[in-house]
Design a protein around this ligand. Sequence first.
Ligand SMILES: [Zn+2]
Length: 189
Amino acid sequence: MGLLDKIKQAATETNSNLKDFFYTKDGDKKRIRMLCEIDDGFEVIMHSSYEKKINVPCQKQFGRQCPYCTETGIEDLKNKTQYVFPIFNQSDSSQQILMAIAYKEFSPVMPLITEYTINEQTTFCDRDYIIMHTGKGMSKTITVRGQKPCRLEQKITPWTKAEIMKKIDKAYPYKVNIDIQADEDDMPF
Ligand SMILES: [Zn+2]
């Protein structure tokens, strides 16, 4: 296979891995159902560097040595906690992973929990949530409203934590990031 085909294949694989993840962009309004209770969600630690374009899960979470847990010399390397829940995206008719930071304006996690709390719900899963995304970059705002549930067309078995971790590992492979970085450094222009 020529390099061009390899690049195309790699790009398609990355896209197909990412389609299991819930995401919104400016102007989106999506209807979702939570597939587990808040306490059944879990945390994933990501290492990220804006400068080096790194955004990968800490490899220790997969039982491997983690190159970013040791001294890397990357100045802006940070650890970010992401909160992870299986959801059903009714707008796209597919199960997805909601994986987001807690920071209020930029993520649906806190607005979801606030909506759950003010309605004194006993379960996270008995209604639909409408997630609205307006604005871009620093002016991005995510708002969430609970709504009477629409009937789900199919019976959904929520992905287990192990299944979700496998998808996260595939969608955010750390080797790719290191390779990209090396290639960029090697560029003659
Ligand atoms: Zn690590």
